[in-house]
Design a protein around this ligand. Sequence first.
Ligand code: NAD
Ligand code: IPM
Ligand code: MN
Length: 362
Amino acid sequence: MHAEIVVLPGDGIGPEVTHAAVQVLRAVARRHGHAFAFTQCLIGGAAIDATGQALPEDTLQRCREADAVLLGAVGGPKWSDPKAPVRPEQGLLAIRKALGLYANLRPVKPHPAAMGASPIKPHLLTGVDLVVVRELTGGVYFGQKTRTGSGASDLCEYTIEEIERVVRRACHLARTRRGHVVSVDKANVLETSRLWREVATRVAGSEFPDVTLEHQLVDSMAMHLLARPRDYDVIVTENMFGDILTDEASMLAGSLGLLPSASLGEGRVGLYEPIHGSAPDIAGRGIANPYAAILSAALLLRHSLGLEDEAGAIELAVSHALDAGTFTADLAAGDTAVGTRAATEAVLEHLLDTCYVAELRD
Ligand code: NAD
Ligand code: IPM
Ligand code: MN
């Protein structure tokens, strides 16, 4: 298969982890006879430095023409002046919106070998397998922002259609899993949440009678997610709640550096990125965990290119690397930790092994 993949490294550890993911994709292409063409473009702080814009028109155009987009992370102290006219994060929000990527899938499945890195007791983590479907192009992130002499406001808005489509996506996903959706809101306070609950109930009830839907308020959800994570299958929620709950959920897996994501819409282009940020505190030191970015590349193969076997091979290779104790510093203390490069090489090694075994089997 031939595929055009746009790579947006971004800032901080973004270039370090996307480099790792591209190496893995190249290995997959070589091994399975695919031709992946990679085009690197600017976004975020790097784009602001070069062009003055967080999402240059050229980048967006190339993304529109691509089969898939792989992104690292954007942002950092250099561009964080509250008075700055443009911020790196605006580039990320703009690309999600422009490509219509309203559903952000964030799977969380703690790996037994990494459970030691989680602050949660192992017996609570065994068997956890959930996906958060985060609404990605609406809510308070995109509402009108106002600053006056005496205050500021961010408007939170949702339309019925925006809620319907993301709930549908979550219900479809639940059908391929354990058939259970929990919709998270703050309906006891927010009008947008009351609408969310009403629409979710109607969509699930009328279109997905085989899927069970429950509602949970976001504050208690933050607690239940850690107290009984095994009970969740698909969690669907609005933009900001999903952002916060998934960083929390990364502690089930053991590190932010382990969680990938897929941003999807009705269009053909998907965007794939680790859920973590640019990690300015460790950037440039070659110690970032590349697994979340590599697992995002696996999601890219699955969702945008339909290469399920290749996606599975990458996931298995990461799993083997973890089994072998190949941990970056976020997962292992002190001397035993390896750098980004060694972790990536471990994945490449296991990937080639797996492919070889698969070949022998055929
Ligand atoms: P962050 O996710 O960058 O970092 C939080 C903590 O997790 C840090 O201690 C960091 O070192 C660690 N961490 C994150 N990813 C890691 C990895 N792969 N390996 C090892 N450790 C890792 O969040 P933050 O510090 O709140 O934000 C820093 C910047 O990143 C901000 O400018 C923010 O806007 C931006 N950000 C961007 C994205 C994105 O581009 N998708 C996501 C989140 C934050
Ligand atoms: C994420 C990030 C972004 C978000 C920021 C950088 C705009 O935190 O992808 O989770 O909040 O969506
Ligand atoms: Mn986030």
